[in-house]
Write a protein that binds this ligand. Structure first.
Ligand SMILES: [Zn+2]
Length: 343
């Protein structure tokens, strides 16, 4: 196996995640997880995985309204939006996905090491009262709510190619959560401008970097080094949660961002280092989007290799962002946030 005790069980996964299907040609397909598992096996990174239980109704209600939860549970066949359908089994698998997220958070707190929740359906577009964008329940927000029973400061870093409008809505009034997002501007869901900083107690705690298409490795490094990391240093989170989307990759068919597989690894390494330096290693990563099967599998496996201190041979390594196409977006976000943080 080659996995030491230390590297066993960094992965949370339930076989039922493969049974969730929107429709046979939908990009958010079971093949996504299948490709990741195969890549982990062939790269000898699997070690072992923990199988979660379902989140309880109470867990789900910590984030979502009773009306919406009831709608997902009892509508049978239906639709939430044009990209997000309901089936009779959707509720059961969505609560298992949230349960996977909770287990990742709990294990990471207990063991002070990173856990990667390989979950479906994804969650970051789910708001308190509605799903959408392939999401039903907001897995990462449900985990954050659970952690906040014991903790006072949680950081969420969302570098899916799309803005996590659900996570932003849920925490926009909270000073206990800093939500930081890089995303392509102008695509679904259309939210996440730099000048939206949260409201009330949460003012300054929503940090958006809306990138133009073509932004890749150097733009993401700049966002992390000049904005996210200084905010983390000052906020001093007790734990870092990551919404991980493989869809900021240049191979992804749904966005125009340009992260290479090297860029993914470097960005995850920066997050991992921050978790070690600021949170005693407490880090939980949540699979959100990512629709090029091989590229997504490569960057998930690469991230797990980073956590295990291993090297993984990368295939998708074209770097096209030497000039940092997104640098103005980072400068604008820094300007907006200079009233709240020392940048
Ligand atoms: Zn996405």
């Amino acid at each position: 196996m080659g996995a030491s005790d230390d590297t066993l069980y960094m992965i949370i996964y339930h076989p039922k995640y493969l049974e969730h299907m929107q429709d046979p040609y939908h990009p958010e397909s079971p093949q996504r997880l299948d490709a990741i598992l195969k890549k982990l096996e062939s790269s000898e990174l699997m070690g072992g995985c923990l199988v979660p239980e379902a989140a309880t109704k109470e867990d789900i209600l910590s984030v979502h309204t009773p009306e919406y939860v009831d709608y997902v549970q009892n509508s049978g066949e239906g639709v939430i939006d044009s990209d997000t359908t309901l089936h009779t089994e959707t509720y059961e698998i969505a609560v298992l996905s949230a349960g996977g997220g909770l287990l990742a958070a709990r294990k990471s707190v207990e063991e002070k090491k990173p856990y990667f929740a390989l979950i479906r359906p994804p969650g970051h577009h789910a708001t308190p009262g509605s799903g959408g964008g392939f999401c039903y329940f907001n897995n990462i927000a449900i985990a954050a709510k659970e952690l906040l029973k014991e903790m006072e400061r949680i950081a969420i870093i969302d570098f899916d190619g799309h803005h996590g409008n659900g996570s932003s809505d849920i925490f926009q009034n909270s000073k206990e959560v800093v939500y930081m997002s890089t995303h392509q501007w102008g695509i679904y869901p259309g939210t996440g401008p730099a000048n939206f900083v949260g409201e009330g107690d949460g003012e300054g705690h929503i940090i958006n970097v809306p990138f133009p298409g073509g932004s890749g490795d150097f733009s993401f490094y700049k966002a992390f080094d000049e904005l996210f990391r200084p905010v983390l240093n000052q906020f001093k989170p007790e734990m870092i949660l990551v919404s991980f989307g493989g869809d900021a990759h240049y191979k992804d068919p749904l966005t125009g961002l340009a992260l290479s597989s090297f860029g993914y690894m470097d960005f995850m390494k920066k997050i991992f280092d921050a978790a070690k330096e600021l949170c005693e290693g407490r880090l939980a990563v949540y699979l959100e989007g990512g629709y090029h099967l091989q590229a997504q599998a490569e960057v998930v496996a690469g991230s797990i290799a980073v956590f295990q201190g291993k090297e993984l041979h990368m295939q998708f390594t074209d770097i096209s962002d030497q000039l940092g196409r997104g640098k103005d977006a980072v400068e604008e976000a820094k300007e907006v946030h200079s009233s709240y943080w020392k940048l």
